[in-house]
Design a protein around this ligand. Structure first.
Ligand SMILES: *[C@@H]1O[C@H](CO)[C@@H](O)[C@H](O)[C@H]1NC(C)=O
Ligand SMILES: *[C@@H]1O[C@H](CO)[C@@H](O)[C@H](O)[C@H]1NC(C)=O
Ligand SMILES: *[C@@H]1O[C@H](CO)[C@@H](O)[C@H](O)[C@H]1NC(C)=O
Ligand SMILES: *[C@@H]1O[C@H](CO)[C@@H](O)[C@H](O)[C@H]1NC(C)=O
Ligand SMILES: *[C@@H]1O[C@H](CO)[C@@H](O)[C@H](O)[C@H]1NC(C)=O
Ligand SMILES: *[C@@H]1O[C@H](CO)[C@@H](O)[C@H](O)[C@H]1NC(C)=O
Ligand SMILES: *[C@@H]1O[C@H](CO)[C@@H](O)[C@H](O)[C@H]1NC(C)=O
Length: 481
C-alpha cells in the first residue's frame, strides 16, 4: 500500500511525492506500472495478486473540467497498472496482508483495541514513544519521496529517502493542497477534506501509519491510541509524560519526547522541495500554543452528542456548506444547534485550539497529536457507523477524488472511499466501551429526511465569506499559491 505525494507544479514550484521504492525504477515509470516482481512474479504471483489496469478499476473518469493536477483519477498520472491483491493479501506488491490480517498466509484475523492514550499501561506507553521515535528517525525501506521541478518530465525525477512518519506527514500535505481548476486554485476543494471522503481518507491514513509502525518494529499488536479531548477544558496530554509541555512561545520542553522533531515543511531533510505552506522558518520545530488563539476552545461532550444526531452521512452539495450532514458536523463546519448555518467546531476547532504546527493544514500531521486527534474523530465516526449499520451508504458526489468508487488519493493499491464506510472491525481494530453510549435519541421534530433532501436541493451553495472562514485550519489551506 502506499502513497504518493506529489506537489502540483506551479511555474516555479516543484513536485514531490512518495512512492514505493520498487516502483521508481526507470522501467516502472516508463511503463506506468507499479506491479513489483516478488519471487520472480508480479504482485507475488497468481496466488496472491495480479497486475491490473488501473483505468478499469476506476470507471468514472473525471474530465469535465480543466484541471492540471497529478492527483486526479488517482493513480493514473503515475501508474496505469497496479496490483490487485486476492483474498486476505494486501500491500502495493501483495506481499503483505490486508488490514486486520496477519501471518505468513494472512489467515489470522485480529481486532486490535485502540485505547485512550491516558489508559495505556506503562509498558504500552513506553513502547508508543519508542516506536514513534523509530518511525520518525529511521529511513523507510519501502517508500521514497519524489522531488522534481516538473512532473511531466520523468527524466527530472529524483527520489530521496524519508522516514515513515515523514511520509505520513507528506501524504497529508500532498492531499490537502488545493486543486487547480481552470488555472486558479480553489481552496474549497482538496482530496482529503471538505467532502464525503474526509473521515474515510483519515481512517486510511491512520491504518497506513499503524501498519507501517507494526512492520517497522515487529509488533503486530501495536494499535494507535486516541485522545478523547471532549472531557477536557485544556490539553491535559500536553505534559512531558505524554506529548510534551510547551512554553509561552509554543516551543516544546527540551526534555519531552518530541523536542527534536522537525516538520517536513521547514527545509528539514528535504531542502530542495517546494513546500506549499511554510512561508518562513517558524515551523521548523514542532510548535503548540493550546488555547492561545482567541475564540478557540476544546469541543465538549455535548458537541460530540450533537454531531452524532445527524442521521444522514452527508448531503448535497457535499462540501463545507452541507446541511444536516454528519460528515460536515464531524469535520467542524456546521452549527450543531441548527444544522444549517456555518460554524467552527469539532475537528476543525481542536486543530485551532492546539495552534502552532497543528493549526496549519499543510503542516498539521507533523505533530503526533494529529493522529491522536484523528483517531478520536475516527472513534466518533465508529459510534455513528454502529448506530446506522442498516443504512450505510456512501453518497455519489462530484468532489474530485471523493466519489464512492474513486481510489483514495494517494494510496497504492487502490482503496475505494465507499469501502471505508464500514465498521472498524473489518479493518482490524475497535475502540473500548459501548459504541452507542454517547448517542442520544434523535428528535424528528428538528429534522426529517424529507426536510433535509428538500432543503439541500433548494439551498444554493453559499459562498464562503471571510467571516465564515474564521476557521483558520481550513481556510489556511487556500491561502497559498
Ligand atoms: C495512462 O494511460 C493514459 C491513456 O489511457 C495515458 O494518457 C497516460 O499517459 C497513461 N499514464 C502514464 C503515467 O503513462
Ligand atoms: C480505562 O481503563 C479502565 C480500566 O480498564 C476502564 O474501566 C475505562 O473504561 C477505560 N477508559 C477509557 C476511556 O477507555
Ligand atoms: C472551467 O472551465 C470550463 C470550460 O471553460 C467550464 O465549463 C467550467 O465550468 C469551469 N470550471 C470552474 C470550476 O470554474
Ligand atoms: C487544565 O485543567 C485542569 C483541570 O481543569 C487544571 O487543574 C489545570 O490547571 C489546567 N491547566 C492549565 C495549563 O490551564
Ligand atoms: C521541562 O523539563 C524540565 C527538565 O528538563 C522539567 O524540570 C520541567 O518541569 C519541564 N517543564 C514542564 C512544564 O513540564
Ligand atoms: C531558515 O533556517 C535556516 C537554517 O535553519 C537558515 O539558514 C535560514 O536563514 C532561515 N531562513 C529564515 C528566513 O529565517
Ligand atoms: C447556531 O445556531 C443557533 C440556533 O439557530 C444560534 O443561536 C447560534 O447563534 C448559532 N451559532 C453560530 C456560531 O452561528
Amino acid at each position: 500500500m502506499v502513497v504518493l505525494i506529489i506537489f502540483l507544479t506551479l511555474s516555479m514550484g516543484s513536485v514531490c511525492g512518495q512512492f514505493p521504492r520498487a516502483c521508481t525504477t526507470p522501467e516502472a515509470l516508463k511503463c506506468a506500472e507499479c506491479c513489483p516482481v516478488v519471487n520472480g512474479q508480479k504482485c507475488g504471483g497468481p496466488g496472491r495478486g495480479s497486475c491490473v489496469d488501473a483505468r478499469l478499476l476506476q470507471p468514472k473518469e473525471r474530465c469535465d473540467f480543466q484541471a492540471y493536477d497529478d492527483r486526479l483519477n488517482w493513480p493514473q498520472s503515475y501508474y496505469n497498472f497496479t496490483c490487485l491483491c486476492k483474498d486476505n493479501f494486501g500491500g502495493y506488491d501483495c506481499t503483505q496482508c490486508k488490514f486486520g490480517y496477519y501471518g505468513k498466509n494472512c489467515e489470522t484475523k485480529k481486532t486490535l483495541l485502540r485505547k485512550e492514550i491516558r489508559n495505556l499501561t506503562n509498558s504500552e506507553r513506553t513502547n508508543l514513544f519508542n516506536y514513534l521515535a523509530l518511525a520518525k528517525f529511521k529511513k523507510s525501506e519501502d517508500y521514497v519521496i519524489l522531488v522534481t521541478n516538473n512532473r511531466h518530465h520523468r527524466d527530472t525525477y529524483r527520489f530521496i529517502d524519508a522516514s515513515i512518519y515523514d511520509i505520513f506527514s507528506w501524504i497529508h500535505h500532498y492531499s490537502i493542497k488545493p486543486i487547480m481548476v481552470n488555472s486558479s486554485f480553489t481552496s474549497q476543494r482538496n482530496f482529503a477534506h471538505q467532502g464525503p471522503a474526509f473521515p474515510m481518507w483519515h481512517r486510511l491514513l491512520l491504518l497506513f501509519l499503524e501498519r507501517e509502525i507494526q512492520r517497522l518494529v515487529g509488533d503486530e499488536d501495536f494499535a494507535l491510541p486516541y485522545y478523547d479531548w471532549s472531557k477536557d477544558d485544556n490539553c491535559t496530554i500536553c505534559t512531558d509524560d505524554y506529548m510534551g509541555a510547551n512554553d509561552l512561545h509554543g516551543n516544546l520542553n527540551e526534555s519531552c519526547h518530541f523536542s527534536a522533531w522537525k516538520t517536513v515543511c521547514s527545509g528539514y531533510n528535504y531542502d530542495s522541495v517546494y513546500c506549499w505552506s511554510a512561508p518562513n522558518n517558524h515551523t521548523e520545530m514542532l510548535l503548540r500554543r493550546p488555547g492561545v488563539i482567541p475564540g478557540t476552545r476544546i469541543p465538549d461532550e455535548s458537541d460530540v452528542s450533537a454531531a452524532l444526531q445527524f442521521n444522514l452521512y452527508d448531503t448535497p452539495p457535499y462540501d463545507s456548506s452541507s446541511q444536516y450532514s454528519f460528515r460536515n458536523a464531524l469535520e467542524g463546519f456546521l452549527n450543531l444547534t441548527d444544522g444549517t448555518s456555518q460554524d467552527n467546531n469539532m475537528h476543525n476547532m481542536f486543530h485551532n485550539y492546539i495552534g502552532g504546527t497543528l493549526f496549519h493544514g499543510p503542516t498539521a500531521a507533523n505533530d503526533p497529536i494529529f493522529f491522536l486527534h484523528h483517531n478520536f474523530i475516527d472513534k466518533i465516526l465508529e459510534t455513528w457507523i454502529s448506530a446506522h449499520l442498516s443504512g450505510l451508504t456512501y453518497p455519489d458526489n462530484d468532489q474530485m477524488g471523493q466519489n464512492a468508487t474513486d481510489c483514495v488519493t494517494p494510496f497504492i493499491p487502490c482503496y475505494r472511499n465507499a469501502r471505508l464506510l464500514n465498521p472498524a472491525a473489518e479493518f482490524g481494530y475497535a475502540f473500548p466501551g459501548p459504541q452507542d453510549g454517547q448517542l442520544t435519541t434523535f428528535n424528528p421534530s428538528q429534522q426529517t429526511s424529507e426536510d433535509t433532501a428538500g432543503g439541500a436541493k433548494t439551498q444554493p451553495h453559499r459562498p464562503c465569506s471571510d467571516q465564515d472562514c474564521h476557521n483558520v485550519y481550513v481556510s489556511s489551506v487556500g491561502s497559498d499559491t
